[in-house]
Design a binder for this molecule. Structure first.
Ligand SMILES: NC(=O)C1=CN([C@@H]2O[C@H](COP(=O)(O)OP(=O)(O)OC[C@H]3O[C@@H](n4cnc5c(N)ncnc54)[C@H](O)[C@@H]3O)[C@@H](O)[C@H]2O)C=CC1
Ligand SMILES: O=C(CO)COP(=O)(O)O
Length: 337
């Protein structure tokens, strides 16, 4: 049997480590962590205690803090650092990576300033490398524990998606394929903003009906923007759209939802962020999404309220009051929230 392509995962946080642990079941895999202590712990104890507690990782997973070494022999690169650091890490990778190696992003965020998706950043920094994304309702700790879950890998070419699918799938981690890179990437980035909205409602103890209302209307809102940017409407009804929205808006383990809950309970954003040792991408994505909405003529009433709370000092209680003042229109065809 031909040898399977080797995988290098860039980023030793919760999700980078988890995906590396999955891939290590199928092929030679190394994770690059910038912190040497994290790399040593993964390599020798098969744990990443700072991000995944005591949960055991696949024993064959290798780890290093040497970026050049991790990248030089890679057949497939996986990008698992937070969105605002992706470009910087890829620039460091550029001189070491072999030509044409595909890059799979795990990142659910957009670059501030440029408003670019991660595959667009790959195209800027590593031109010629096929770029795609792996996303879905995938809370890292649950995946490491082996609870059944599913994701979708999107590559510009279906054959590439099918080839890469086998590197990440296991008996209990199902990986579907698609060529809708824009849709999958946008769905992943957008859902975080709406998870903050839902979290605010939960923090205010608004109840289950409110949560269901916001999740459902959020799906329409994010689908409208995603389609305007070139995504396929069906993608937003799938695992990376509705699926991830449900997981992130309801899981007590979601960092984005947790930011919203704490805001709803009256904590300041500064304090919440200072106390977190992990990334909540939606905090930075909210303002970027508002700009994308304006540029593409898509009204985003729910995201606007989140942006107002995060970036413009709006009290959390007023966010929901503002939404409720708007008159509801046609449920399916209307532009209103
Ligand atoms: N944790 C989860 O359940 C999931 C996370 N994601 C996405 O995966 C991406 C990564 O998130 P997590 O691993 O959860 O984040 P995390 O906060 O757990 O870990 C981030 C990692 O990136 C590293 N890092 C930060 N800045 C860096 C830099 N400048 N250079 C190199 N490394 C740097 C940190 O040291 C850490 O190891 C995010 O876009 C997130 O939305 C996607 C699916 C599930
Ligand atoms: O993307 C995720 C689940 O699919 C993780 O969500 P959080 O970043 O909010 O923890």
């Amino acid at each position: 049997m031909p040898k399977r392509p080797s995988v290098t995962v860039l980023g030793g946080g919760s999700w980078g480590t988890t995906v590396a642990s999955l891939a290590a079941r199928n092929t030679e895999t190394v994770v690059w962590a910038r912190n040497p202590d994290t790399a040593a712990e993964i390599a020798t104890d098969h744990r990443n205690s700072a991000y995944l507690g005591d949960l055991p990782l696949t024993e064959s997973l290798r780890a290093t803090a040497d970026l050049a070494e991790s990248v030089e022999s890679a057949d497939v690169l996986v990008l698992g650092v937070p969105s605002q650091h992706a470009r910087g890490v890829l620039e460091r990778v550029a001189e070491h990576v072999r030509p044409w190696v595909p890059v799979v992003s795990l990142v659910k965020g957009l670059e501030q300033g440029t408003r670019k998706r991660m595959t667009e950043i790959v195209a800027d920094v590593l031109p010629g490398h096929p770029a795609g994304v792996l996303a879905g309702p995938n809370i890292a700790k649950e995946v490491v524990q082996g609870f059944a879950a599913a994701a979708t890998i999107a590559m510009p070419e279906q054959r590439a998606a099918e080839m890469l699918q086998d590197l990440f799938r296991t008996k209990r981690f199902r990986v579907y394929t698609t060529t809708d890179v824009i849709g999958v990437e946008m769905a992943g980035a957008l859902k975080n903003v709406y998870a903050i909205a839902v979290g605010i409602g939960d923090g205010l103890e608004a109840g289950d009906n409110t949560r269901a209302m916001v999740i459902t209307r959020a799906l329409r809102e994010l689908s409208r923007l995603g389609v305007a940017l070139g995504g396929d409407a069906a993608t937003f009804a799938g695992l990376t759209g509705m699926g991830d929205l449900i997981a992130t808006c309801t899981s007590p383990l979601s960092r984005n939802r947790s930011v919203g809950v704490q805001l709803g309970r009256g904590k300041s954003l500064e304090q919440i962020v200072a106390e977190m040792n992990q990334v909540a991408e939606g905090v930075k994505t909210a303002a970027t999404v508002m700009k994308l909405g304006a540029e593409n003529g898509v009204d985003l009433p729910i995201a606007r309220e989140v942006d107002a709370v995060l970036n413009h000092g709006q009290p959390v209680g007023d966010a929901y009051r503002g939404l409720l003042r708007r008159a509801p229109g046609h449920e399916v065809h209307g532009e209103e929230w």
